[in-house]
Design a protein around this ligand. Structure first.
Ligand code: SF4
Length: 345
């Protein structure tokens, strides 16, 4: 399709208007070539830092050449939506922490639907416009495009950060066939700070901006299947699902977060998880409970393994009945975590 009828200013105006309409807080643009972040991505894979996330290697070809997603691509529109709400107070007791991104609705569904409507409206308003949109699960290195477009700088914690505003950002991309003026990248805003590197409980950063996913609590509690090694179980501390330690210490995240989409506000009981309830609820009911929530991702066995792990770290004898129950679970990784936890009570 020819792009000659697509006036860049008009395309940009329409995208900005639609992005605002669908709740995105930030919009930036990057030229589709050269491709952002692929060298770093390759080094990550070559060093095996992706753990068991084999999909990262399988999805490399379109990440390296976005023409495989949209043959006519010229520009990447990068969209950012803040999700950071203030963490509810610690209820204490036998509860575990949930990463902030998972307190509300599943962003894949929510943002995916908004992108679908948005791109449909754009194609209607701009005949000749071709689009390919994705949020997280599509093969696009969103963090790198966020950096290239100047939406944020890449912090030492390997996240895209909007200076003095937030790193709690969902990133989405729309590939388009129009040539828009790229927005400028930002300079580094970490300076001599290294709080995130020093705070990480598992020392998962092997250097500034270089994360060994195999040691990352988010990876271990969400993506990793099976047993977690004993030394890492101990270091997960109170994290039941994901981890925000490297964001909570970052000075670019204000103590009182900027307003974020209400769909990501904490659902009751989703910021601090009742761990006994997780272990005592049958697998099917657990999955039904987390319908529409990102917390569903590790499945019942991953969630129960995580609950037993945190109970072991809490070391409260009140958890014994739930752990004894978990010790009879059909999944080996749940039993392993329960036995490990019982030993620590
Ligand atoms: Fe950069 Fe400090 Fe934030 Fe880490 S905590 S990303 S070093 S500013």
């Amino acid at each position: 399709m020819s792009t000659s009828n697509l006036q860049p200013e008009r395309v940009e105006t329409e995208i900005r208007a639609e992005a605002k309409r669908y709740g995105f807080d930030e919009v930036r643009f990057a030229s589709a070539f050269p491709v952002a972040g692929i060298d770093e991505y390759d080094r990550f894979l070559e060093d095996g830092l992706n753990g068991t996330m084999e999909w990262m290697a399988k999805s490399r070809p379109p990440r390296a050449d976005p023409r495989q997603l949209l043959p006519s691509v010229r520009t990447i529109a990068v969209l950012g939506m803040r999700y950071g709400h203030a963490r509810p107070p610690d209820p204490g007791g036998l509860t575990g922490k949930v990463a902030c991104y998972a307190w509300g609705r599943d962003y894949h569904n929510l943002i995916g639907k908004r992108l679908h409507r948005m791109t449909r409206n754009l194609r209607t308003a701009l005949p000749g416009l071709e689009t390919y949109a994705g949020v997280d699960s599509r093969p696009i290195i969103e963090r790198a495009w966020a950096q290239q477009s100047g939406m944020g700088f890449l912090g030492k914690n390997a996240l895209a950060i909007i200076p003095a505003k937030s790193s709690y950002l969902f990133l989405a991309s729309i590939l388009i066939n129009a040539e828009l003026a790229p927005t400028k990248p930002l300079r580094d805003h970490c300076g001599s700070c290294r709080r995130c590197l020093d705070t990480c409980p598992t020392s998962a950063f092997i250097g500034p901006g270089q994360l060994d996913a195999r040691r990352c609590i988010s990876y271990l509690t969400i993506e990793h299947k099976g047993r977690i090694s004993a030394d890492l179980m101990e270091k997960t501390g109170r994290w039941f699902f994901g981890c925000d330690d490297c964001q909570e210490v970052c000075p670019h995240n204000p103590a009182n977060p900027l307003p974020a989409d209400p769909d990501f506000a904490p659902r009751p009981g989703h910021a601090w998880m009742d761990l006994e309830w997780v272990l005592n609820t049958d697998d099917e009911s657990l999955m039904q409970h987390f319908q529409g929530s990102p917390i569903r991702r590790p499945g019942p066995t991953g969630l129960k393994r995580n609950a037993a792990t945190v109970l072991g770290n809490l070391g409260d004898a009140a958890a014994r009945p739930a752990l004894l129950h978990a010790r009879t679970h059909p999944d080996e990784s749940v039993r392993h975590a329960a036995v490990w936890a019982l030993d620590r009570l």
